[in-house]
Design a protein around this ligand. Structure first.
Ligand SMILES: C[S@@+](CC[C@H](N)C(=O)[O-])C[C@H]1O[C@@H](n2cnc3c(N)ncnc32)[C@H](O)[C@@H]1O
Length: 246
């Protein structure tokens, strides 16, 4: 990989963390300060963008459930176009860009255009949610595995190829991204596959944002809550042998 300080055609794929600018890495801050163009997702906006160079062109290419969003091929084309024009391009994605961030599509487009890139990792909302709730993601005796799953396929519905035995394993911390709408259905499946309904669950909404909300509950109670609650903010669900009550 080329040195980002020298190439004239180069893209930095920068992870923005969950939203709190203090959770940006130093490298992310440096890349934002050097950028001439920043293509950012909806969830990677707000105060983190204050670190962009004052003259940088900021382009929203957000993808947010239930709202119109830029098509992936349009985002790819913008990335390639700005990089080939010799601009310092930052592609800013929420959390850690390698986790449910459609990173691969953009890497393929950059590689096909012969554009060098780097990936700047960041704090995923999963770690930030656990930290905000004051709990670890793993536990030495009871949660020796962590799994990250998505509650939405490309159509927004619960994926139909779920590995139920894996996600109903009571000895694992499972983190569900994009799962607010489908969680009642997911919880019914978990119950049918043997996960007790009183398994601890955390609902972490807008972590690192001013309206952060944390609900410590159980799988069954969270399913009931999400059946009727409107989805107004990004939210993450975590369940398993969570260390509530530390
Ligand atoms: C497209 S995925 C991106 C995940 C991101 N790459 C990460 O590592 O956090 C978007 C989902 O991540 C979760 N998410 C992202 N930011 C969040 C935040 N600040 N608070 C709670 N959940 C968040 C939500 O489940 C949201 O629907």
């Amino acid at each position: 990989m080329s040195d980002p300080a020298t190439p004239s055609v180069f893209v930095s794929l920068v992870s923005a963390g969950p939203g709190d600018p203090e959770l940006l890495t130093l490298k992310a801050v440096r890349r934002l300060a050097q950028a001439q163009v920043v293509l950012y997702d909806d969830l990677a906006s707000g105060p983190v963008l204050d670190h962009a160079h004052p003259q940088a062109e900021l382009i929203a290419v957000g993808k947010r459930a239930g709202r119109p969003s830029a098509r992936q091929d349009h985002v790819n084309a913008l990335l390639v176009e700005h990089a080939l024009a010799g601009r310092r391009v930052v592609r800013l994605k929420s959390g850690d860009s390698g986790i449910f961030g459609r990173l691969e599509e953009e890497l393929v487009a950059l590689a096909a255009a012969g554009i060098a890139f780097e990936i700047v990792p960041g704090v995923t909302s999963a770690s930030a949610a656990a930290a905000a709730a004051g709990i670890p993601l793993t536990r030495r005796l009871t949660a020796r595995r962590v799994q990250f799953i998505t509650g939405a396929d490309v159509t927004g519905r619960l994926p139909d190829d779920i590995h139920w035995a894996a996600i109903a394993d009571p000895a694992v911390t499972t983190v569900v991204f994009m799962g607010q709408r489908s969680f009642p259905e997911l919880a019914a499946g978990l119950r049918a596959h043997g996960l007790p309904g009183d398994t601890p669950a955390l609902f972490a909404e807008a972590v690192g944002h001013p309206h952060q909300r944390l609900i410590r509950t159980t799988v069954d109670d969270l399913a009931r809550l999400l059946e009727t609650a409107p989805v107004l903010q990004p939210g993450l669900i975590m369940y398993g042998p969570l260390a509530f009550g530390i």
